[in-house]
Write a protein that binds this ligand. Structure first.
Ligand code: SAM
Length: 186
């Protein structure tokens, strides 16, 4: 099984008008993606934010739940948040994982962006030996084109079998579903 990490990107992401923006850290996203990462055995959960005050806030949340009083009170949460790393850019995530050439980057989107990799194929690929994998999630209205274009693959958008015509999941929901499709027990 290949090592797999996830990243939650706050820049560069899009706003409702398609402009590139920086979004704010969300406490729920810090916790909920960490629990999904821990459940499915992800090596790391990278929160990517270009603003130092926002990175510090994220680190304070991590400390509170790992070394602080809440870590003692709720050990399950501590275990999840120990996987959390905070970086200022996706490039820094690549560096932390050994460099861009050492890893394979898959991005996620609700929209269909050119040709995408079906989950069956992606799951199959996670089972074999190979480069470490990084699965990237967006905030706001989704990842900027530059992140998508720099990836090795775009994962197929999650959709309902019945074709509801709506697939705008929260990033927390999307992350849990993606990890279950890639790494869940069958
Ligand atoms: N404000 C929103 C929230 O509370 O989560 C942020 C939405 S953000 C654009 C949602 C992210 O979740 C996307 O960038 C993508 O990574 C993922 N996502 C959402 N719906 C998805 C879908 N149907 N298929 C694949 N990924 C999806």
């Amino acid at each position: 099984l290949r090592e797999l990490s996830i990243a939650l990107v706050h820049y560069p992401v899009l706003d409702a008008s398609g402009a590139i923006v920086t979004t704010a850290i969300t406490n729920l996203d810090v916790h909920d993606l960490a629990r999904s990462a821990r459940t499915y055995g992800c090596a790391r959960y990278y929160v990517v934010h270009p603003i130092s005050a926002q990175r510090e806030l994220t680190l304070r949340i991590r400390e509170h739940w790992t070394s602080g009083s809440s870590g003692k009170r709720i050990p399950d949460r501590k275990e999840a948040l120990q996987r959390l790393e905070v970086t200022s850019s996706l490039d820094d995530v690549f560096k932390a994982m050994g460099g861009r050439d050492a890893i394979e980057v898959w991005v996620t989107a609700a929209r269909t962006l050119g040709s995408s990799m079906p989950f069956a194929e992606a799951r199959e690929r996670t089972q074999h030996e190979g480069k470490s994998l990084l699965v990237v999630f967006g905030t706001g209205w989704g990842l900027d084109r530059s992140v998508v274009d720099g990836a090795d693959a775009v994962l197929e958008p999650i959709r309902a079998a019945s074709g509801t015509g709506y697939n705008h999941l929260s990033v927390r929901g999307a992350c849990a579903i993606v990890l279950d499709r890639l790494l869940g027990a069958r």
